[in-house]
Ligand binder design. Structure first.
Ligand code: HEM
Length: 762
């Protein structure tokens, strides 16, 4: 092993002292000294400065220049052109590319929408260097000629998924379609939470060496072993899903089935989809375990420089072909690993299996019948092997519910094929958001895909500028206070998360279950009723079948309220409003999948769920607030301006006065920031856990304000306080209103992929 992070000088140091000190970014860093500090700077990660394509690059336009058929033909040729530095198993790179694509998508988790294939994160640590991603570095490097040929018109993220599709098609599997449009990230993600375990990245040499499961499984609901911490969706650190050798590598298929069900459902897959994916995927290729794991070199992120970004150096022979060592298990599931057929399930059920060990020492299974079918060696002509199953494969046979699905698929190959096809499409497109984001000629146009949170096409003429003015007047005439209008519009938009592009104001789902029933939204119910009245009157009077969607009206009502509030503060402003939202239906809303968007806490509306104290023991409310700001793609100034504005606009979920440090509620003043930075006030906690506070006048002890951690964090955190100072200053008012309006519009437009195109910025 060579660890290039320790670069040792030879001889005496010419710069004096015993050695050269650290350079920019050397440890220890802030994170080493103050691991608990709120890392506000994460809001600016993967920003414009990191993107070599620049702010004006239009990926949709670039992608449109590609002839998809030609691109697919190029990929297919590559799949069957074996190169000596990494010879293809069976002369076909298809299986390893399917695994690469599956692993790129398989990090997705429904709880926070993070992970997934959407930004090509498999290129960066930690994902690139997880033990479970062993040798996917080779798969991506093999694709480099294609990437270079198509350049910026083809993102890595799209290329990985498309290659998976080409591989499936090459081996006789009919895919359901392909949508391009994934925009690459340009730096490692240092923020996504992958679990509590700190593992020794350099010395993970097998799944057995990651017996760290307890940390993430320590549950509050009784069954300590099966209560996986939110938002995680993998059973171990550094895995995509579960340990193939069973929990704790214990070879227990039923335990493995429980793990699989928990982890796959966290990725929004039901039992049928789960079986389809595993049984479908393992129809192809093989597992690699020719060499003991402790001979394998470090993963890409910490491999020696001369490895040029590749990792897991294998010293046996040429380090590849018949000596390949990836995961540790050795063998193939089927007699013909490069053809789509039903033999995975046929053989799983036709034979009994017994535990064996691979050459690398991993636990696996082989048929008890020595006369069972054989599968060819991937490289040595004429050599054959017995079939192999993993503990996680046997799980599908022993778990009663999975077994029932297997039996259905065994009896009906076409049903299986369609189920895998649809599940693969969902797997690889799950985090792309609305269909408006899908690019290219192979997008499957079907409205029945509930996981896409469908929005119907508008069946009426859109409202125009004159209508907007008329509707604004009608909204104000309802007498609904500005504070309630602001709260309601913001509540419609704030569930959005950019991680998987779900949950914004378009669709009008605030008025549908489950959102209309969430405690945090209670205040919106009468407002929605009033706005329905405005809509009914407008629709009835409008000529030519014109109608206003409730989704548009809710946002417009918020916009006019903000204009009123700014005017009351002495600043004339027009809040941008872009009509075109549509109202979706209850039937097109997946209750279970939307329930995942229900906030445990929402600092913008000063809301904390009853379950919060337990959660807060592990995660502070302000960290959850930061997380939400990140999911809304806000910068620190946007986050600050928005929160300060919402407070003076009285937008707390329960109309409480926490953070509402003004006697002019509903007026868009900088009073929040003035109160926040008032040195005459002395703050103290009002409860034992330090979640609420009171600010008293130092001299008199008079109680002036109350607030939560979501309020005080803007005064206690130095980065946020510096921004608060800008708004609290004498010249802050005009800037504040402008910044608030910009941030407001940004939030209202976050899900408008129908008008925004595919640019990441702006
Ligand atoms: C290979 C585990 C689900 C597709 C493998 C390997 C392991 C594994 C350990 C061997 C890697 C190597 O050493 O090269 C699992 C587990 C799963 C799962 C534990 C879930 C319980 C899936 C799914 C798919 C898939 C959902 C695709 C839809 C593949 C393919 C290979 C593979 C194509 C062969 C790769 C090659 O030939 O190089 N899997 N897998 N797997 N897996 Fe899975």
């Amino acid at each position: 092993r060579t660890d290039t992070t320790t670069f040792e000088m030879e001889g005496a140091c010419p710069f004096g002292g015993d050695s050269v000190g650290g350079t920019f970014g050397s440890t220890p860093t802030l994170a080493s000294w103050y691991p608990q500090r709120l890392r506000v700077e994460l809001l600016h990660a993967n920003g414009l400065a990191a993107d070599p394509l620049g702010p004006d690059f239009d990926y949709a336009a670039a992608f449109a220049t590609i002839d998809l058929a030609e691109l697919k033909a190029d990929i297919t040729t590559l799949l069957t052109t074996s190169v000596p530095w990494w010879p293809a198993d069976y002369g076909n790179y298809g299986p390893q590319m399917i695994r690469m694509a599956w692993h790129s998508a398989g990090t997705y988790r429904i709880a926070d929408g993070r992970g997934g294939a959407g930004t090509g994160m498999q290129r960066f640590a930690p994902v690139s260097s997880w033990w479970d991603n062993g040798n996917t570095d080779k798969s991506r490097r093999l694709l480099q000629p294609i990437k270079h040929k198509y350049g910026s018109a083809l993102s890595w993220a799209d290329l990985m998924v498309l290659t998976g599709n080409c591989a499936l098609e090459l081996m006789g599997f009919p895919t359901y379609g392909f949508g391009g449009g994934r925009l690459d990230a340009w730096e490692a993600d240092d923020a996504s939470y992958w679990g509590p375990e700190v593992w020794d990245a350099a010395n993970v040499t097998s799944f057995d060496s990651m017996v760290t499961r307890d940390e993430r499984w320590r549950g509050q609901n009784g069954d300590a072993d099966y209560d996986l911490q939110d938002p995680l969706a993998a059973s171990h650190q550094a895995l995509i899903y579960v340990n193939p050798e069973g929990p704790y590598a214990n070879g227990d298929p039923l335990g493995s089935a429980r793990d699989i069900r928990i982890t796959f459902s966290r990725m929004a897959m039901n039992d049928e989809e789960t079986v389809a994916l595993i049984a479908g995927g393992h129809a192809f290729g093989k597992s690699h375990g020719a060499v003991p794991a402790d001979e394998i070199g470090p993963p890409p992120e910490i491999a020696p420089m001369e490895a040029m970004g590749l990792g897991w150096h294998n010293p046996r022979g040429a380090g590849n072909a018949e000596n390949t060592m990836t995961n540790g298990i050795e063998g193939s599931w089927t007699p013909d690993p490069t053809r789509w057929d039903n033999s995975y399930l046929e053989n799983l059920f036709a034979y009994d299996y017994q535990q064996t060990k691979s050459p690398a020492g991993a636990l696996q299974w082989t048929p008890t019948d020595p006369a069972g079918p054989r599968t060819p060696d991937a490289h040595v002509p004429g050599r054959t092997h017995a079939l192999m199953m993993m503990t996680s494969d046997i799980a599908l046979k022993v778990d009663p519910a999975y077994r029932a699905v297997c039996e259905k698929f065994l009896a009906d190959f076409d049903t299986f094929t369609l189920a895998f096809s649809k599940a693969w499409y969902k797997l690889t497109h799950r985090d792309m958001g609305p269909k408006h984001r899908y690019l290219g000629p192979e997008v499957t146009i079907e409205d029945g895909l509930l996981w896409q949170d469908p929005l119907p096409e508008a069946d009426h003429a859109p409202i125009d500028a004159a209508d907007v003015e008329e509707l604004k007047r009608a909204v104000l005439a309802t007498g609904v206070p500005v504070t309630d209008l602001v709260f309601t519009a913001f509540s419609a938009a704030v569930p959005y998360r950019d991680s998987d592009k779900r949950g914004g104001a378009n669709g009008g789902r605030l008025a549908l279950a489950p959102q209309k029933d969430w405690a945090v939204n209670r205040r919106t119910v009468p407002v929605i009723e009033a706005l329905r009245g405005v809509k009914a009157a407008f629709d009835a009077a409008a000529a030519g079948g014109k109608r206003v969607s409730l989704a548009d009206l809710v946002v417009l009502a918020g916009c006019v309220a903000v204009e009123q509030a700014a005017r009351a503060a002495g600043v004339e402003t027009t809040v941008p409003f872009t009509p075109g939202r549509v109202d979706t239906t209850q039937e097109l809303t997946d209750l279970e999948m939307f329930e995942w968007l229900r906030p445990l806490a929402d600092g913008f509306r000063n809301f904390a769920d009853g379950a919060l104290p337990a959660v807060a023991a592990a995660v502070s409310p302000e960290a959850m607030f930061l997380d939400k700001a990140n999911l809304l793609t806000l910068t620190a100034p946007e986050w600050t301006a928005l929160t300060g504005g919402l407070r003076v606009l009285g937008a707390n979920h329960d109309s409480s006065v926490h953070g509402v440090w003004t006697d002019r509620v509903g007026v868009l003043t900088t009073d929040f920031f003035v109160g926040l930075t008032d040195t005459d006030l002395e703050w103290s906690a009002t409860d034992a856990s330090g979640t609420t506070f009171v600010g008293r006048v130092r001299e008199t002890g008079e109680e002036r304000f109350t607030g939560t951690r979501n309020d005080l964090v803007f005064g206690s955190n130095p980065q946020l306080r510096s921004i608060a100072d800008v708004y609290a200053a004498r010249d802050g008012q005009t800037r504040f209103v402008a910044d608030f309006v910009r941030a407001w519009d940004k939030v209202m437009m976050l899900d408008r992929f129908d008008v925004k195109g595919h640019k990441r910025y702006g």
